[in-house]
Design a protein around this ligand. Sequence first.
Ligand code: VGL
Ligand code: ZN
Length: 202
Amino acid sequence: MKTLLIIDVQNDFMPNGSLPVAEGDRIVPVINNIQDQFDLVLATQDWHPKDHISFASNHDGKSNFDVIELHGQPQTLWPDHCVQGTEGADFHPDLNTAQFEAIFRKGTDSAIDSYSAFYDNSHLKSTGLTGYLKEKGVTELYLCGLAADICVYFSILDAFNEGFDCTFIDDASKALDNIHLDNLKQEMLTKGITIINSESLL
Ligand code: VGL
Ligand code: ZN
């Protein structure tokens, strides 16, 4: 079962959003164009309470993009983004959501951040996505979305470690930091993760 997992294509990650990813809006038509090629289409939403620990605004004296230590791990402090029920947390209005069979929301616990669609950043809590995919008989997982070097990357890493055959769709994803993404792509290839452009699906 060929499955597409679309990560965090939400307004706050668009060029005019609170945590903008350059050209983030360019991937929307690309993703719309490939959805028909899959047996199953799933999506995630970053979905934070207002008092979320990853927001710099919730730490006295800290600024956006400062890095603190949290549960023994480095945690970047972000501008407020994807607050539950706000327009910033909605999918991009042009994203075709009609075929989404399920939407997994993450980062919902005030005290823990969750970049991956599968686990929180400390691997303490599962979202249930692995069980969902295994019960559906999914083996082949294609991932794309925002931000390529953060939430898409950590989702691919977890999916790979859970035993799924993973493909990163490069032109259906945009990064916060493109130099960082180049390094991560090298790491993906070394591990045995496939990287494609969307045209090879059509
Ligand atoms: C993301 C930073 C903070 C993402 C989510 O979706 O890549 N990045 N929260
Ligand atoms: Zn977030």
